[in-house]
Ligand binder design. Structure first.
Ligand code: GDP
Ligand code: IMO
Ligand code: MG
Length: 422
């Protein structure tokens, strides 16, 4: 059996966590392959609402192995806290949790560096989640990062100090010593805790599961428009958020990839800086934010809101070879008389295109819209696709015809049960 990959197709927060949790029972393994605590994946069921940052979203389903892959950057302090929070909900996450020895570790100084680098950028800041993601991936590529497997080896503390001191020499901050003396003991406590968990060579684990015909679901974090290569650079995250990231982030061959599930919202949101062609600055945008509770799951920041952007969606589908689409948060648009969908852009010279231009940062585009009729749907008690309204069906059909990929799941609420399969 091949590995199915689930990806966000926009700027993150599409509802990946909800849908991974929903689908997880069909799989034996759920694995994260990139990103780290910058992610916030929300799960809702049986009156529980829980946000996962580094733990895969299969954790609430019993007997599923949840793997943190080598492509992830892991903050041991946040990871320990996450496990403790799950324990508070009566769930012993340690039993079904496996961490790759090749996963890179986020040090306290990576977080301090992230904040410092953002400060230096001033008005050009990325709007990073300040979790140390960029600096940790920089050290990985710079071949000086520390990996989870290193904590079991002699000399870890010395290597840690060497890297920490390098980082400290890069930061100008009078308070740095007191910050470090506060953060370091917590880091080492968390490292000791990490040693008690299942540290594995996850590329073997995953490939053995594939050979045993177990279902494996790779859970993406962030979204294609935040990808390091194909996102709205430099306003991106520092990892490959694409299907190919699942291969390198888990040690899975491209020939072993099965379905590619693309998750998108019925509209668009973005948190942090960077171009967003269909962003709404008016009451309509405010209404979307209010109805969609569009506030970051990791940072609490208000998310910028706008209409669905088809050129951007088609681009994400193309670079990932998406085979099935899942449309989320259709209920949030209930009560809008009409709904706009961006079908192309007008460029500064007056020409038009339905492709995503190279530079959206310095050469803004004007979206061209098609207007569709709004709907008033909430989740039908039958959970049957036939019972949703005609305008919503027309919206789905319009998107499918435009992008050429079927929409197989329609989500009409945050709860696990508010999901329609087509
Ligand atoms: P992720 O990062 O892709 O997992 O998404 P987030 O959890 O950051 O943000 C998605 C938010 O939308 C969460 O608060 C979810 O509970 C919520 N959500 C997911 N699907 C739906 C839906 O169909 N309708 C509504 N109203 N909320 C949803
Ligand atoms: P999930 O998995 C939405 C954004 C940040 C910032 C940029 C870079 O929940 O969809 P970073 O901390 O990675 O250096 O920040 O990327 N960002 C996200 N936006 N959802 C996420 O994850 C995000 N992870 C990072 O807001 O603009
Ligand atoms: Mg999120």
């Amino acid at each position: 059996m091949k590995v199915d990959v689930l990806l966000g197709l926009q700027w993150g927060d599409e509802g990946k966590g909800k849908v991974v949790d929903y689908l997880a029972t069909k799989y034996k393994v759920v694995a994260r392959f990139q990103g780290g605590p910058n992610a916030g994946h929300t799960l809702e069921f049986d009156g529980i609402k829980h946000v996962l940052h580094q733990i895969p979203s299969g954790i609430f389903r019993s007997d599923i192995k949840n793997v943190v892959g080598n492509g992830v950057v892991l903050d041991p302090v946040i990871f320990k806290k996450e496990i403790e929070e799950l324990s508070g909900l009566g769930l012993d996450a340690t039993q079904n949790l496996y961490i790759s020895r090749k996963t890179q570790i986020i040090l306290p100084t990576h977080r301090l560096l992230d904040a410092y680098q953002e400060k230096l950028k001033g008005s050009k800041k990325i709007g990073s989640t300040l979790k140390g993601i960029g600096p940790t991936y920089q050290d990985k590529i710079g071949r000086q990062g520390l990996r989870v497997g290193d904590i079991e080896m002699i000399g870890f503390e010395g290597r840690y100090k060497e890297l920490r001191d390098k980082h400290l020499s890069m930061i100008e901050d009078d308070d740095i010593s007191s910050k470090i003396s506060e953060l370091e003991p917590l880091f080492f406590q968390a490292v000791e805790y990490l040693k008690t968990l299942k540290l594995v060579d996850s590329e073997y684990l995953i490939n053995e599961e594939i050979a045993n015909n177990s279902g494996v679901l790779a859970e993406g974090a962030q979204g294609s428009l935040l990808d390091i290569d194909f996102g709205s650079y430099p306003f991106v995250t520092s990892s490959s958020t694409m299907v190919s990231g699942a291969c390198s982030g888990l040690g899975v061959a491209p020939s072993k990839i099965g379905e590619v599930f693309g998750v998108f919202k019925a509209y668009c949101t973005r948190v942090g800086s960077g171009p967003f062609p269909t962003e709404l600055f008016d009451k309509t945008g405010e209404k979307m934010r209010k109805q969609g509770h569009e506030f970051g799951a990791t940072t609490g920041r208000p998310r910028r809101c706008g209409w669905l952007d088809l050129p951007a969606l088609k681009y994400a589908i193309m670079i990932n070879g998406v085979t099935q689409l899942f449309m989320m948060k259709a209920d949030v648009l209930a009560g809008f008389d009409s709904i706009n969908v961006c079908i192309g852009y007008e460029l500064e010279d007056g020409s038009t295109t339905d492709k995503l231009p190279y530079d959206l940062v310095n050469q803004p585009v004007k979206p061209m819209y098609k207007e569709l009729t709004g709907w008033n749907d909430t989740m039908p008690s039958s959970a049957n696709y036939n019972d949703i309204s005609q305008p919503l069906k027309d919206y789905i059909k319009f998107i499918e015809e435009e992008v050429g990929v079927p929409i197989k799941i329609v989500s009409l609420g945050p709860d696990r049960s508010e999901t329609i399969i087509r």
